[in-house]
Design a protein around this ligand. Structure first.
Ligand SMILES: C[S@@+](CC[C@H](N)C(=O)[O-])C[C@H]1O[C@@H](n2cnc3c(N)ncnc32)[C@H](O)[C@@H]1O
Length: 259
């Protein structure tokens, strides 16, 4: 990860030297937007409460650290889950700005955990139809109260595994999917399977964001394949997350952007 990060820093560009007006303004107005939005304080007050909550939950992990049965259970404090699984403030704020900027009407988050990233994205567009999928029911029960506490009433939480919940959700969509944040099951097989399913429901304006693209060899391989997919137009590598655009007016290009 350290070597990979150094390689990223060496190759990463700022907005200077980027010729595409769409990408230039996305970097300038969204990625590098340093304003302090009032929503940040509301969300981060709730995150502080989660980080101080010492109650213990029995969690079931269906992701990359699951065992041969496909899952692993363990006991964890809510404070530990919030610290280890929750998105960082910097990246959460970026998700908020991306949603606020593009105003996607239909949003999906795969892997909501305690809802830290969910709060940032839901606050970005309170009018959106937002669906979150989380496999661990004990964790998801806490998520609902955090979302309600910050007024994110537009989020519908589905407590189920991706392998069943994703096809069900996609087949029930009345419109295209405008936006998805994928932050669970960090395996090559899982990531490629979700990408291929999501791809069938996107439009030219849709955005997919993959978290932890350098987390493992499997995630790196998946990110390489996603970048090369013929339907993908522009990808932006921010090291901790990779952003995928399908916009038909753009020519195929991969940007590594310093963040
Ligand atoms: C890294 S955490 C998500 C953190 C969250 N996005 C945040 O930033 O606050 C990943 C979550 O995905 C869930 N998950 C992993 N694999 C899953 C699967 N196959 N089906 C359903 N949920 C899964 C885990 O239970 C875990 O809560």
């Amino acid at each position: 990860m350290i070597l990979q990060y150094l390689k990223y820093r060496l190759h990463a560009k700022t907005r200077h030297g980027i010729h595409s007006p769409f990408i230039y303004s996305f970097i300038e107005e969204v990625i590098y937007d340093g304003k302090t939005y009032p929503e940040y304080a509301i969300i981060e007050k709730e995150i502080s409460k989660l980080k101080q909550n010492r109650n213990v939950l029995e969690i079931v992990d269906f992701g990359a650290s699951g065992n041969k049965q496909g899952y692993k259970t363990r006991f964890r404090r809510i404070s530990t889950i919030a610290a280890l699984s929750g998105i960082s403030k910097r990246h959460g704020r970026l998700l908020y700005r991306i949603v606020k900027h593009f105003k996607p009407a239909t949003l999906l988050e795969m892997g909501t955990s305690l809802g830290i990233s969910t709060m940032y994205q839901a606050k970005g567009n309170p009018d959106a139809q937002f669906t979150g999928i989380e496999g661990c029911a004990t964790v998801a029960s806490i998520t609902r109260s955090s979302l309600d506490a910050v007024g994110c009433t537009n989020v519908n939480l589905i407590m189920a595994q991706f392998k069943t919940a994703l096809p069900d959700y996609l087949s029930g969509l009345a419109t295209n999917l405008d936006y998805a944040f994928i932050d669970g099951d960090h395996t090559y097989e899982g990531t490629m399977s979700y990408f291929n399913q999501l791809k069938n429901h996107v439009s030219s304006n849709s955005i997919l964001i993959f978290h932890d693209i350098y987390w493992s060899e499997g995630m790196k391989r998946a990110w390489e394949e996603i970048k090369q997919d013929t339907e993908v137009k522009v990808t932006i590598d921010l090291f901790y997350m990779g952003i995928v655009f399908f916009r038909s007016e753009l020519s195929k290009q991969d940007f590594v952007v310093r963040f």
